[in-house]
Ligand binder design. Structure first.
Ligand code: SAM
Ligand code: SF4
Length: 322
C-alpha cells in the first residue's frame, strides 16, 4: 500500500543526537517510520523524549506487530497516544494487505494493549485504529467498530488511500459499485461506532460521504481530519485557521527517503537530513520559500494543491459537516 519498505534506511547517530538535543524545545513528536520499532535508536530516543515535560504530545503510529510488554507498559504509563494500523479485521484481508504481517500476532498484541489499559485504569487516553479503505478491504468496514471495541480502541480514523504505484490498483474512487456499497453502509458504521463509544475521525473524502448519507446524530459524533497526517497545521501562525498552513513554521518531518518536509503531505523536500544538519534544513532556501509563499493562494509552486485545499478550507468544511 505504500513504498516505504523499499527504503533501506535507519536513523544515523549524528541525526539522532541532533534530534535529542532539540527535545527541550519541542512541543510534540509523532513517531512513525517506516516502522519505529525496527529503528536501532528508537528505544533510547523515546525514553529520553518522555523525560521532557515540554513535549506535550508524544504519539506513535505503528503496525503493532513488534510491541513488547515493556514498551506497552511505558506507552500506557505515560499516556502516549498510540495508533495501530489495522487494514483488515479478518485474517485473509489483513494478511493480503499487510504483506508479511500475521493476524494472530496482531490480535495478541492488541489484547496485550487493552489488558495494560484496563490494568492501569488510565483515565484519559487515546488508542486509535487507523484504517485505509481499499478495494481489498472495504467489506471489512462494517465489522470495524465491533473489532475496535473488542480491543479497547476509542478512535477510528478512516482514511482514503493516497495514490502511489503500489496502491493504484487498490483505489476505490472510480469504482461506482464499491462507492455505492460504502455510501450505503456508512450510516451503520457510524451508528455502531457511536454505540460502542468510539469517535470516528474522517478525512475530507469520508467526511463528505458521511454527511451526505449519515444520520445527523452519528455524523455529529465524528470529527473531521485535515489530512491523513492528523496535523494541526491548518491553524495559522497568526491564529486564524483559514488563512495559512503553519507547518513550515512549526513542524519538521523526517521521512524514510532521507528527505525533510514541513509536513508529511508536502511534496517538495526542504532538504535532506543524511547530508545536511537539521539546523541547515530548517533554514534552507526551500523551507524559506515555503514560508514566503504559503500566504498566497496563487503563485505557490511548492505545495501539494490537494493538501492546500484541505488545509486552507478545513475549518469551513468542518462547519459544513456539523
Ligand atoms: C506509513 S505508515 C507507517 C507506520 C507504521 N509502519 C504502520 O504500519 O502504521 C503510517 C500510516 O499511513 C498509512 N498508509 C500507508 N499507506 C497509505 C496510503 N497509500 N494511503 C493512505 N495511508 C497510507 C498506514 O496505514 C499507517 O496508518
Ligand atoms: S503542502 Fe503546503 S499546505 Fe500542505 S502541509 Fe505542506 S506546506 Fe502545508
Amino acid at each position: 500500500m505504500c513504498d516505504t519498505h523499499k527504503n533501506n534506511f535507519d536513523l544515523g547517530k549524528t541525526t539522532a543526537d541532533e534530534i535529542e538535543k532539540l527535545f527541550p524545545y519541542l512541543e510534540g513528536i509523532s513517531w512513525l517510520g517506516g516502522e519505529v520499532f525496527l529503528a536501532k535508536r528508537f528505544d533510547h530516543l523515546f525514553e529520553q523524549a518522555l523525560r521532557h515535560k515540554n513535549i506535550r504530545t508524544n504519539e506513535i503510529i505503528t503496525n503493532g506487530l513488534l510491541l513488547t510488554e515493556k514498551t506497552i507498559d511505558k506507552i500506557v504509563a505515560n499516556k502516549v497516544k498510540l495508533t495501530v494500523s489495522v487494514d483488515g479485521v479478518t485474517k485473509n484481508i489483513y494478511e493480503g494487505i499487510r504483506k508479511g504481517g500475521n493476524f494472530e500476532v496482531l490480535q495478541k498484541k492488541l489484547h496485550m494493549i487493552s489488558e495494560a489499559y484496563s490494568r492501569t485504569h488510565t483515565e484519559a487516553y487515546v488508542l486509535q485504529l487507523n484504517h485505509v479503505v481499499l478495494k481489498s478491504n472495504y467489506k471489512d468496514l462494517i465489522r470495524l467498530p465491533d473489532f475496535a471495541r473488542k480491543y479497547g480502541f476509542n478512535r477510528i480514523s478512516l482514511m482514503r488511500c493516497i495514490p502511489s504505484p503500489v496502491a493504484n490498483n487498490e483505489l476505490i474512487e472510480n469504482d461506482l459499485a464499491i462507492m455505492g456499497y460504502i455510501k450505503g453502509i456508512m450510516p451503520q458504521v457510524l451508528d455502531r461506532a457511536q454505540k460502542n463509544g468510539i469517535t470516528m475521525l474522517l478525512d475530507r473524502f469520508y467526511g463528505n460521504m458521511a454527511f451526505n448519507n449519515g444520520k445527523k446524530s452519528s455524523v455529529q459524533q465524528s470529527q473531521y481530519l485535515d489530512s491523513g497526517c492528523d496535523t494541526n497545521s491548518a491553524e495559522s501562525v497568526y491564529g486564524k485557521r483559514e488563512d495559512y498552513c503553519s507547518a513550515p513554521w512549526k513542524r519538521f518531518t523526517l521521512l524514510t527517503d532521507g528527505f525533510v518536509y514541513p509536513d508529511c503531505d508536502c511534496v517538495v523536500p526542504a532538504g535532506g537530513f543524511i547530508k545536511q544538519s537539521i539546523a541547515e534544513t530548517w533554514n534552507s532556501s526551500i523551507m524559506q520559500q515555503y514560508r514566503a509563499t504559503l500566504g498566497r493562494k496563487s503563485g505557490n509552486s511548492l505545495c501539494n494543491k490537494e493538501c492546500m485545499k484541505n488545509k486552507y478550507y478545513a475549518n469551513n468544511v468542518q462547519k459544513y459537516i456539523l
